[in-house]
Design a protein around this ligand. Structure first.
Ligand SMILES: [Zn+2]
Ligand SMILES: [Zn+2]
Length: 339
């Protein structure tokens, strides 16, 4: 089969021929219909410090996908060939303390599709049946892969508790943009998106941001103070991982406000501890999705929210370089590849 692979420990990816996998016990073979490129894939492509420490080539990458079940392995129940599916990308063990106490998204033995095992940028993928999610048949194939990053945003916005609140979102990547739409739907009083890409800020506005702030052109702290009548914003969702954004987030949030930490950074983030203490700021770390609570919430929200403006590019897998290039240059929001 055709597969997009990190063949060697260096920058770039290679479109190559790979052996079509077979499902083992408890596993399912899925014929991939569409798969979207995630920030994680960009890290693996550019072979940064995180990727070098985590990825063992050769590896087929990609984890946001949808497809049709082709074959089920021994012992699999409740799934049949022809089912239209996506998957939770975090493969939880089901045996550890976190799994057994209802927090499988924090599994101590977590394995990730397209990171720790072969991924979805290929004609076929094998995944454990326990992480499959059956899609509504009407869900378009270019939207179904986006349930995974959209779910990240759902989990983060729910932890932020935005109802009736003035909300600032730092980071104009896809998850920040999705968070605008979700915060709006979950009753935020106002949603302000801070970013650096005019193209992406525009998409954020079309998905529900009241105002967008280009942090390269204006001072986001002064603007957020002005927009919130001088008091500061009630909730910040920090989805950029930038040290500058963190500094601005802590200066933008109101006394007693909340900052949700979602964006990852490979630099050390300097913290103004005294501001956190004296202003009694609550900082909440959020990762992944609740398995599978967030998937049900995602299904309900996607029935009401049209996220198609976020799908800026759709390409055959063969043209992956064009898609990755647009994302590196921040010209695209979500790129969907068709194997
Ligand atoms: Zn992803
Ligand atoms: Zn576990």
């Amino acid at each position: 089969m055709k597969a997009l692979m990190k063949t060697e420990a260096k920058e770039g990816l290679e479109l190559t021929e790979a052996e079509t996998p077979r499902p083992g016990p408890g596993e399912v073979l899925v014929k991939v219909k569409a798969a979207s490129i995630c920030g994680t894939d960009l890290h693996i492509y550019s072979w940064d410090e995180w990727a070098r420490s985590r990825i063992a080539p050769p590896l087929i990458i990609g984890h946001e996908f949808c497809g049709q079940v082709e074959e089920v392995g021994p012992g699999v129940e409740g799934v049949a060939p022809g089912d239209y599916v996506s998957a939770e990308t975090h493969i939880y063990c089901g045996r550890c303390y976190m799994c057994r106490t209802g927090r499988a998204h924090l599994c101590e033995e977590m394995k990730i599709i397209g990171v720790d095992r072969h991924g979805a940028f290929a004609e076929y993928i094998v995944v454990p049946a326990k992480v499959l999610w059956k899609n509504d048949p009407e869900l378009p194939v270019n939207i179904a892969p986006l349930q995974e990053p959209f779910g990240n945003a759902v989990h983060a916005v729910k932890r932020a508790e935005v109802g009736g609140k003035r909300v600032a979102i730092f980071g104009d990547g896809p998850i920040g943009i999705f968070a605008c739409a979700i915060a709006r739907r979950l009753g935020a009083k106002a949603v302000w998106l801070v970013g650096l890409s005019p193209r992406r800020l525009e998409v954020g506005k079309s998905l529900g941001a009241d105002e967008t702030l280009d942090a390269s052109a204006v001072d986001p702290v002064a603007e957020l103070r002005r927009l919130s009548g001088g008091r500061g914003v009630d909730v910040v969702l920090e989805m950029s991982g930038s040290p500058k954004a963190w500094e601005e987030a802590l200066r933008s949030v109101a006394l007693g406000g909340r900052v949700v930490a979602f964006g990852l950074s490979h630099e050390r983030i300097p913290w103004d501890l005294n501001t956190v203490v004296f202003n009694e700021i609550e900082i909440v770390g959020v990762v992944g999705r609740l398995i599978f609570e967030t998937w049900y919430e995602t299904r309900d929200l996607l029935a009401e929210i049209d996220i198609s403006p976020a799908v800026t590019d759709e390409l055959p897998l063969d043209d992956f370089e064009a898609g990755f290039g647009k994302l590196f240059r921040r010209e695209a929001v979500k790129v969907v590849l068709y194997p």
